[in-house]
Design a protein around this ligand. Sequence first.
Ligand code: NAD
Length: 492
Amino acid sequence: MTTLSTTLAKRLEDPRLFRQYAYVNGKWVHGEGGREEAVYDPATNEAIGHIPLLEANQITAAVDAAEVAFVRWRALRADERCERLLAWYDLIQANREDLATIMTLEQGKPLPDARGEVEYGASFVRWFAEEGKRTYGETIPSHIPNASLGTIKEPVGIAAMITPWNFPLAMITRKAAAALAAGCPVIVKPANETPFSALALAELAERAGIPAGIFNVVLGEPAEVSKILCSEPRIRALSFTGSTRVGRLLMEQSAGTVKRLSLELGGNAPFVVGPDMDPKEAAYAAVDAKFQTAGQDCLAANRILVHESIHDAFVTEFTERMAALTVGNGLKSEIDLGPLIHRQAVEKAAAIVDDAISRGATLVMGDQSQAPGENFFMPVLLTGVTPQMKVWREENFAPVAGVTAYGSDEEVIELANDTEYGLAAYVYTHDIRRIWKLMRALEYGMVSVNSVKMTGPPVPFGGVKQSGLGREGGATGIDEYLETKYYCLGAL
Ligand code: NAD
């Protein structure tokens, strides 16, 4: 195992947050087979550390540990679990700067965005800490003579979590805090591109008094580890955030053990701009909704649908705003877009742009010769985008914005719904009738009207169609980790 990279050593106030091990049953472990993998800073392609690839028996050992630890964790009172989670929350907040640095180094996003993600991720821990005290059952008026009927909520059991690299911290806390509050132990498998945020969370969970075996982080060859997690009968719930392709695969692999599944999959968000909108207001919001995390966001506004009467003015404002975006290493100040996660992502983005141009789209902006490094992709604006193009059909996961003009509400509803995805949609209009009409007609799990910001602890997050199953956050987020037990007490 290599030592802490010099870049990190210099930057972290608490170097113990940077761990190059997996975390199983309260212990830092390396791979018994000696396999390991380097993790790179996408901005520089410099290796920032190594992670072990665990063997099958080590993944099973995490399940064994969770099974043992579950007995005590579920027996704690809800307020006792709440205290541990609040301690975890406090530690995440107290170490925000180090967590943000680790995140920027492994993921590439600008430091202020990384700080924002730490806050956002922590906020789920606080929310679910409290929510765990409210997992109420119900009393049911009896239809059976002399019987008392009702329900109680019980933890579903061991929960496995497979998470993506674009939000390396918040995608873990949004799941794990709900599971832990419900009384479930968790086994997290983070993306191999961004394991260090997950491991830092494990270090803080330990400091917060979360017992051994309750929060585990396993690392390995993704397909290998996932297969074990999916086929393991003692794991009762699997929560996945990632691509629809892998989500489908995990669903198939989990069929044999009939797991509870939560799937937060891809998105291909439409951003609908009504004819009544101020083009500048809408364009600035669209730039925000598209280019955050360099477009590597499941909520990114990929298909920007602008009423034909304001199309040209919108494109002018969008271009102006976009020209002010800065691209560079996220550790530097005043950077808006960091690198993409790796070279393949850059190649995919370039192919999507080429495909659009070859099918008749116009490249308004996006000169790749200006890119400050191998993994960087300059923001692109395409106009004249049509449903035949890849940029329309596929989630581009890059700073590539496509604009399409439309003529009527009916047409834009059809266009917006023309996708296998159904995660989030944006609507910009001040016409109350249009707001209501679109909000109802859009086939999405989340519709945000005149606001780019839409997510957070109190609201349900999730999609319809092939964007997934289940909801995270909100009053329903904890239900993903609870079973409803019905009781009938006859003639007591
Ligand atoms: P991905 O599906 O490639 O990977 C996600 C996780 O699955 C990672 O941990 C990865 O190691 C693992 N994995 C990859 N291949 C696997 C395989 N063959 N078998 C088992 N596991 C495997 O996704 P990504 O590239 O890390 O993230 C981008 C995707 O995540 C996008 O599609 C994005 O929309 C989606 N996403 C969705 C949400 C949401 O809440 N809906 C949030 C963030 C990201």
